[in-house]
Design a protein around this ligand. Structure first.
Ligand code: ME8
Length: 560
């Protein structure tokens, strides 16, 4: 596949979010998955990494949806149309730049699933057997006894629940089609050993390996049609409905045109998923693919969960965070920045309103917005142009610890310039490693250092009419604007609107905003700077408005 992409380093990549159950409205967790995928997708685009797609959508079949529709007094198609539209709207509002939105009720997907089923059958991966075991409808999965625990209800009746999710399970006994999952233990282990980055971050890779060390029983992949009507019938056997997870996973192939044109993209796919659905993606999905004669996806990128004030988000606790309310309260970019800055894939993260306000005020409003405001103020830069850099004030030196007296810049300034110069590469490698929060952390650190630089030299005290002071004054502003240009460029995948506003103010043209040719402070290295002397863009107002601290928890109290 690498060779089919055009140009060196350019290759195709399909990024995906999970497809979300159409039984309830979107919440903060769904958006988080989508924002991670979106930031990676935008980052690739800005790097000129090659053709990319970002797929998302809704998972519409299964008992869970059938029951939710019945409970809501509506039909499954109606419920799904309504919820799917809500997801599309939430993702669009959050500026998720998806290229494909798939609904599993679409004919193109049903065709792909039927074809995939046929491929499994052709390869002898399916057999009819009688299945007996515990089924958990909210999680749409079968669970062994070892993953269950007992609970007692208010009437003293005991019932079994999933250890992991606490959801109730029911005993099912049916004639089903079974998938020979047990035959794939060795191939799965080999695949993981050969591809140590196939599941990332590392602790999740280890978790999958650990699962594969245990028994891997065959998997029931259909349900009796009499119990589950809302799903895709097994081809050639109308008494059975295809298991919703097999149906759902195939969405990643449907979006790339399986069974006709998927070869252009598959297996160049990176799936972004929450830790709750790791087993489905890192065990069942690769096994199903291998069984159908296809390679596993390149990577599964896993993230942990958001809690709300330390508690699991759940409808029954009434603490589910509504993304529409968040966007209304914090703006699209504010909400995006907070989640991507504070979300650490390796561990659960906690959400509360005061934290959002604190992070956004300090990093976007004060540090970044304040810096732009101060460095473009007409009082220090009356011509409103990108000022000239003076080598005599900031001469290039090899060892900044030894050359105090040369120019006006201090050892601290040299250190600071070095750290901003290394930022683009650092940020790129954090994006590559699925550590967007670390990329944002080091950008925030550089923004703080730039404020320190500006503050240290008090440019507002320099006299523009004094030739030597003017050179230094312009150099300070030049360096600061160069830093802001780098920050704005690097922040585009995370806060696209704000970054656009910042770059437009600095008169950086759209074609100058790519990541592959981002050079910081070329004048320091004796190279020309295309921005010098350029008229700045219009001042369109405050970059990011400060938010008021809420006395009550505004979003947390908005129940979904
Ligand atoms: O599982 N924190 O759909 P789903 C962070 N349809 N992310 C969270 C979260 C939280 N508290 N809660 C949910 C399904 N998510 C299936 C997927 S894919 C072929 C089929 C995110 O609507 C996280 O990505 O339950 C999780 O994996 C996903 O939403 C589950 O969404």
């Amino acid at each position: 596949l690498r060779s089919s992409a055009s140009g060196p380093g350019r290759r195709r990549l399909l990024l995906s979010t999970p497809i979300f159950y159409a039984n309830g409205p979107p919440h903060l967790g769904h958006l988080y998955s989508a924002l991670l995928a979106d930031a990676l997708h935008r980052h690739r685009g800005l790097r000129g990494a090659g053709p990319g797609r970002l797929s998302t959508g809704t998972d519409e079949h299964g008992l869970k949806i059938q029951q939710a529709a019945a409970a809501a007094g509506t039909s499954p198609p109606e419920l799904c149309a309504h919820i799917s539209a809500l997801f599309r709207q939430a993702l669009t509002q959050a500026a998720v730049s998806f290229t494909d939105f798939i609904r599993t009720s679409e004919p193109r997907h049903q065709r792909a699933v039927c074809h995939f089923w046929g491929a499994l059958q052709e390869h002898g991966a399916l057999y009819k057997g009688s299945y007996e075991g515990w089924y958990c409808t909210p999680d749409e999965c079968f669970l062994p006894e070892s993953q269950l625990t007992e609970r007692m209800d208010t009437q003293g009746r005991t019932y079994k629940v999933s250890l992991e999710t606490g959801h109730e399970v029911h005993w099912t006994k049916e004639e089903n089609y079974m998938f020979r999952l047990s035959a794939f233990r060795d191939p799965l282990q080999k695949w993981l050993r050969d591809n140590p980055r196939a599941v990332s971050p590392e602790p999740f890779y280890q978790r999958v390996l650990h699962w594969l060390g245990d028994d891997l029983p065959d998997l029931s992949v259909s349900r009796e049609r009499s119990r589950l009507q809302w799903g895709i019938p097994v081809p050639g056997d109308s008494t059975q409905t295809i298991y919703v997870w097999v149906d759902a996973l195939v969405n990643y192939l449907s979006v790339v045109g399986y069974p006709e044109t998927h070869g252009e993209w598959w297996p160049a796919a990176h799936h972004i998923v929450g830790k709750d659905i790791l087993k489905f993606h890192a065990v069942y999905w690769p096994a199903l693919l291998m069984a159908a004669g296809l390679p596993p996806p390149e990577q599964i990128l896993v993230h942990s969960h958001w809690t709300v004030r330390g508690q699991k988000m759940s409808k029954s606790l009434g603490n589910v965070i509504d993304p529409f309310a968040c966007i209304g309260q914090y703006t699209v970019d504010g909400f995006r920045y907070f989640l991507l800055r504070q979300g650490v894939p390796e561990r659960d993260c906690d959400y509360y309103d005061d934290k959002v306000v604190k992070v956004l005020n300090s990093e976007l409003a004060d540090a970044l917005g304040g810096l732009l405001n101060r460095s473009t103020a007409l009082s220090i830069n009356p011509s409103n142009t990108y000022p000239y850099f003076s080598e005599s004030c900031f001469p290039k030196i090899l060892d900044y610890r030894e050359t105090k007296a040369l120019g006006r810049a201090s050892a601290e300034d040299y250190e600071f310039v070095v750290s901003v110069a290394s930022l683009p590469l650092q940020v790129a490698s954090y994006f590559e490693d699925f550590q967007i929060y670390k990329a944002l952390e080091c950008i925030a650190l550089c923004v703080r250092q730039t404020n320190g630089f500006f503050q240290r030299h008090k440019p507002w005290k320099l006299n523009r009419n004094h030739p030597a002071e003017k050179l230094w004054l312009d150099t300070i502003i030049h360096v600061t604007l160069e830093c802001l240009r780098v920050f704005g460029t690097l922040l585009q995948p995370v806060i696209p609107c704000t970054a656009d506003k910042l770059l437009s103010r600095l008169a950086v043209e759209p074609e100058e905003r790519g990541l592959s040719n981002l050079t910081f402070l070329p004048r320091y290295n004796g190279k020309p700077c295309p921005f010098e002397g350029r008229q700045l863009g219009p001042d369109t107002g405050v970059l990011f408005h400060r938010l008021k601290k809420s006395s009550q928890h505004q979003i947390e109290n908005k129940r979904l």
